[in-house]
Design a protein around this ligand. Structure first.
Ligand code: ADP
Length: 255
């Protein structure tokens, strides 16, 4: 069974549908980008995947394997979150709560997991810093480390690059691609359709009436993809290196 499988899914608030007829699946190693206009239900879909929002119709199945491993979540960044008065280490550790269960103390393997997550995101030197003193790019790397600590299987990211400067944005894309290359399936909401096409294996384009789901190549060739491609001009940086990374030959000579 795929990690996530949705069939004819409807999402609604107070009985009023915001998105209908959504079909998609996410398997091991996939990188799904969820795109669509503002208000089309992208964040609501992520909340439904996390079990935070009830579904109004159809089915949305999360495999037992994904449930066991846990789902890492990077929520949309709000000003209140930016001001959170905790250290970087404390925030990353909080991602391990799912695995800590009822045990009151973090176990040794949890500490190792936190250390690995800090290293992979390049923020070990910030471990004792206060989160709210960090730059936007550093804060997003902390939240990505937290999401990674929650799972080895599936992370769900809600606009992780929103508000970042171009360098921090590229760094986030690289870190997410590396996690994906390491075997973590990614579901990411993004407004950056052009970059989504460069990094994702699959695209879900949600719409109030009909949604598109397919491989990135299928999306680029589809009428909807062509329409958005014209608008975004498919400006895809570093696509080849990301795809090479995915195919395991990132160290090769690309000149
Ligand atoms: P997106 O992430 O694609 O911008 P959302 O999933 O945030 O869209 O919202 C989809 C629609 O649902 C929007 O019209 C939004 O106004 C509405 N909505 C979001 N949250 C709520 C809520 N808590 N109660 C009622 N309507 C909501």
């Amino acid at each position: 069974m795929p990690l996530i499988q949705a069939k004819n899914l409807t999402l609604a608030y107070d009985g009023i549908p915001v998105a209908v007829g959504i079909d998609f699946e996410v398997s091991e190693g996939d990188y799904l980008c969820v795109v669509g206009e503002n208000g089309s239900g992208k964040s609501t879909l992520l909340k439904a995947i996390l079990g935070l929002h009830p579904i109004a119709g159809g089915t949305l199945e999360i495999s037992p394997e994904a449930r066991r491993a846990g789902v890492g979540y990077l929520p949309q960044h709000t000003p209140a979150q930016r001001d959170f008065p905790a250290s970087v280490r404390e925030i990353v550790e909080s991602g391990c709560l799912h695995h800590a269960g009822r045990r009151p103390f973090f176990r040794c393997d949890t500490k190792n997991h936190v250390r690995t997550a800090l290293e992979r995101m390049g923020i070990t030197h910030l471990a004792n810093e206060c989160y709210r003193e960090l730059s936007g790019g550093q804060q997003q790397r902390v939240l990505l480390a937290r999401a990674y600590c929650a799972t080895g299987k599936l992370i769900v990211l809600d606009e992780p690059i929103a508000g970042l400067d171009p360098i921090a944005m590229q760094e986030m894309y690289r870190l997410i691609a590396e996690l994906n290359h390491g075997g973590v399936a990614v579901v990411m909401v993004s407004h950056d359709v052009a970059a989504a096409v460069g990094y994702a294996t699959h695209i879900l384009h949600v719409d109030k009436e009909t949604s598109f789901f397919g491989t990135t190549e299928e999306y680029v060739r589809s009428p909807r993809g062509r329409k958005f491609g014209c608008m975004g001009r498919w400006n895809i940086p570093d696509t080849r290196s990301v795809l090479d990374l995915r195919h395991g030959d990132a160290g090769g000579d690309h000149t």
